[in-house]
Design a protein around this ligand. Structure first.
Ligand SMILES: Cc1cc2nc3c(=O)[nH]c(=O)nc-3n(C[C@H](O)[C@H](O)[C@H](O)COP(=O)(O)OP(=O)(O)OC[C@H]3O[C@@H](n4cnc5c(N)ncnc54)[C@H](O)[C@@H]3O)c2cc1C
Length: 436
């Protein structure tokens, strides 16, 4: 069975190897052809897929190695998922410092994409919290990398798209918590203007900020949505986490194509916006529904039918608000819409990662049904706006950007090439690294 990415793009690997023990990776130099690590396949595009060669399945390489309950330093194998990390750490009063919007992500995958969360303005990317990592190269080199040792390779591996070798384990600094709950506030916003205002005043007092946006709303209502912000609650029962179950339901089959169209998406967005009657809602909720609402529905990507979905995630600099508005206009006019549009401002905390995606600015993420040519045309028009604004696209989500778009936005890619392991390859890299 070929492997798929989250957007349901099919991999073209010839062979697949499951790693159970770190020592299994010592055979890497003997495997013929190109190789690539695969975590839990939560990347939407083709960065976790390979054309020919061997896909190295890492999710069984998931053992804890060391934990210091005094300092919150945790060492684990690279296939450990955030879900399992939190099951272990939350009852002990520690939390992952940066989490993406799903907990079904391995630590190796999180490092390779240098993932960001709702607290980028406070803590930067996950790479800012990785103390060291163990890397296996295809020439048999087995390296400990950190800011003190093999610094260049450490920086290249954080956000290095899995191309610098196989990460076997890592050490991460966790953050202390008193409770598994989040004190959350949901504020209905009438348009982008209000979003900017609330966003500007939330940085200081809130660890987590993000906004859901109705991307089908027009005119004055363009950019209306729900601004969500929160902090870890003080006090509470740390052991109550184990009572939460997920996923609650699972999509059993692919939804038929006709269920998703301009009208159903508009209706969903309307209903979601009006679900909250009051301007402000304050709740104390478990961290699961706060961070991972989508994880409650297993295989939710099947909602988009057999052809799957495409995610468009871009960042434009903070002073390019007009370009951000243009993106909304263009999407609304295309009628292709999105159930999920998420807007957030990245702060100015630099990552150690050489190829890291986040940089100061507004990041917008939208899911679209894959409509082939129609989607390609829209995405390439959006790319033009983003590149003109001096912005960039997120490789973990991307399946369509051209080599030119990538190379313009990531000029450091040539320097990065020096650190790529000659045996490692991905469908994403084949597409974007061609020299024009
Ligand atoms: C619902 C949802 C919400 C999301 N929200 C966010 C978000 O808020 N922020 C964000 O940044 N991302 C987000 N993502 C994207 C996701 O966090 C990243 O794509 C992540 O890298 C996926 O991890 P994975 O373990 O599934 O890795 P995969 O998708 O399997 O692989 C990702 C990359 O990691 C490499 N890799 C995996 N393991 C190793 C290893 N051991 N050694 C070397 N390379 C390795 C692969 O080669 C590949 O290049 C979201 C995804 C979903 C589905």
């Amino acid at each position: 069975m070929p492997t798929h990415s989250w957007g349901r793009i099919k991999g073209q690997e010839k062979d697949s190897k499951i790693l159970h023990w770190r020592k299994d990776a010592f055979a890497l130099s003997q495997w013929t052809g190109p190789v690539l690590a695969y975590g839990l396949g939560r990347s939407y595009g083709d960065s976790c897929l390979i054309n020919g060669g061997t896909l190295i399945q890492t999710s069984q390489l998931n053992k804890f190695r060391h934990f210091d309950p005094e300092t919150g330093r945790l060492s684990c194998e690279a296939g450990l998922s955030i879900e399992d990390l939190l099951k272990f750490s939350v009852p002990r009063g520690w939390f992952i410092p940066v989490s993406p919007g799903t907990k079904y992500v391995t630590m190796g995958g999180a490092i390779a994409n240098d993932v960001h969360g709702k607290n980028h303005h406070r803590r930067g990317t996950i790479g800012c919290h990785i103390i060291d990592l163990e890397l296996m190269r295809s020439n048999g080199e087995h390296l400990q990398c950190s800011l003190q040792q093999e610094e260049a390779l450490f920086r290249a591996t954080i956000g290095g798209l899995g191309l610098t070798g196989l990460i076997l384990s890592c050490t991460i600094q966790l953050i202390p918590i008193e409770s598994p709950y989040i004190d959350a506030e949901m504020i209905k916003t009438t348009g982008l203007g209000e979003f900017f205002e609330i966003d500007r005043t939330s940085d200081q007092d809130y660890e987590y900020t993000v906004s859901w946006i109705d991307c089908m709303a027009k005119g004055d209502q363009r950019g209306r949505g729900v601004f969500i912000r929160g902090n870890h609650a003080k006090g509470g029962d740390l052991r109550s986490y184990s009572k939460q179950k997920s996923p609650l339901i699972t999509m059993p089959i692919d939804a038929p194509e006709f269920t998703l169209n301009r009208f159903t998406i508009k209706a969903f967005n309307e209903a979601y916006y009006h679900k909250q009657f009051s301007k402000l809602k304050m709740v104390r909720q478990g961290f699961d529904p706060f961070f991972y609402p989508l994880d409650a529905v297993g295989n939710w990507n099947r909602i988009y039918g057999k052809k799957g979905l495409l995610q468009y995630q871009c960042t434009v600099p903070t002073n390019k608000v007009e370009d951000l508005k243009q993106l909304f206009d263009r999407i609304e006019r295309s009628g292709q819409g999105s159930f999920l549009a998420v807007l957030k401002r990245f702060g100015n905390i630099a990552s150690p990662g050489m190829m890291s995606y986040p940089s100061e600015g507004y990041t917008l993420a939208l899911d679209f049904r894959n409509q082939g040519r129609k989607s390609i045309e829209l995405f390439h028009e959006l790319d033009k706006i983003v590149i003109r604004a001096g912005g960039k696209l997120y490789p973990a989500k991307d399946a369509l950007m051209s080599a030119l778009t990538f190379q313009t936005a990531y000029p450091q890619w040539k320097e990065f090439e020096r650190y790529i392991d000659p045996k490692f390859q991905s469908m994403f890299w084949e597409r974007v690294s061609t020299r024009g």
